[in-house]
Ligand binder design. Structure first.
Ligand code: ZN
Length: 313
């Protein structure tokens, strides 16, 4: 599954950066297996590893991430016990990974939140966060297909760091914000540029929220397992070619500031997903512009979190 490819290697040689590090920390997943009932909660045993069935370990645990997060510390401590125990690991080939969060109350997104992405467009860095959203129905799993809608000719890629809310809150202080974040995952903010910037009265919503336009995963890595979410290499490859390669240290508004800002307007609930913006290298600003076509394969990868691979159909 991990196919960094020769192109990435070439890029690394040209501009040395830290290689992606595997993680052995708490990586929560939602998965299905043919011999097990319903979607289930699990632990990915290291990036790219097999899955430990949390519902088999503790049948009282809920089977969805949103419910798991709603239970707070009770369910988290059970997951911690499972992580320490010697439990059977289902091989990756025997399970289907779902998005680590499905049907959250909200998917919140941020525009123009990377300094280097603003430079690429020759626009100044925003003075306050630019907030928009996707419907939760756009969420698909880490290896699911992105379906090109016949309504758009300009479907583009955007790799993003996503924060998952673990604790309900309104008017959260930035200093307290990380206590509300359950973990982080990789997101792909697939964007139909024609609908985002020209149609629909220039409201971004429709262009951002076609079905399958929000691949997430493979795991939600808990906040205490991520050394520094604002210093992670972030990369997107299309058909193996590196198209975006930056670091989350380029974010204009960090996760804490975004949570403080958004929670002034709306209550954040466990499971809510916040996509924190994309670095430069999207197809729209290439000369000439490049858009996704049938048969393409997009890989979005973030250091410590993992890689999602989605074929375009
Ligand atoms: Zn975006």
């Amino acid at each position: 599954m991990l196919v960094p490819g020769r192109r990435l290697l070439t890029t690394l040689l040209q501009a040395p950066k830290r290689p992606f590090q595997p993680s052995r920390n708490m990586r929560l997943v939602q998965f299905q297996a043919p011999h097990l009932a319903g979607p289930r909660l699990g632990l990915e045993s290291g990036s790219g590893g097999g899955v430990i069935d949390l519902n088999a370990f503790d049948p009282t645990l809920p089977q969805t991430m949103v419910q798991f997060l709603e239970q707070g510390e009770t369910s988290l401590s059970a997951a911690r016990r499972a992580l320490k125990a010697q439990l059977p690991v289902l091989p990756r080939s025997e399970v289907t990974f779902l998005a680590p969060v499905t049907r959250p109350d909200k998917v919140i997104c941020v525009g123009l939140n990377y300094v280097d992405h603003c430079k690429e467009q020759n626009v100044s860095v925003p003075k306050e966060p630019i907030i928009f959203s996707k419907f939760s129905s756009s969420i698909v799993g880490p290896y699911d297909e992105i379906v090109l809608p016949p309504e758009s000719q300009e479907v583009d890629w955007e790799v993003e760091l996503a924060a998952v809310i673990g604790k309900k809150g309104k008017r959260i202080q930035a200093t307290d914000a990380m206590a509300h974040v359950a973990g982080f995952t990789v997101a792909h903010d697939v964007s139909a540029r024609d609908w985002q910037v020209r149609r629909n009265g220039r409201q971004w919503l429709l262009g951002k929220t076609f079905d399958t336009f929000c691949p997430l995963g493979p795991a939600m890595v808990t906040t205490d397992s991520v050394a520094d979410p604002h210093n992670l290499r972030i990369c997107c490859r299309v058909n193996g070619e590196v198209v975006q390669d930056s670091n989350t240290n380029q974010m204009v508004f960090k996760t804490e500031e975004l949570i403080a800002w958004v929670s002034r307007f709306v209550t954040l609930y466990p499971g809510d997903v916040i996509l924190t913006g994309t670095p430069p290298g999207v197809g729209m600003f290439r000369k000439p512009p490049v858009f996704l076509k049938k048969g393409d394969e997009v890989q979005c990868e973030i250091e410590e979190l993992g890689v999602i691979v989605n074929k375009v159909v």
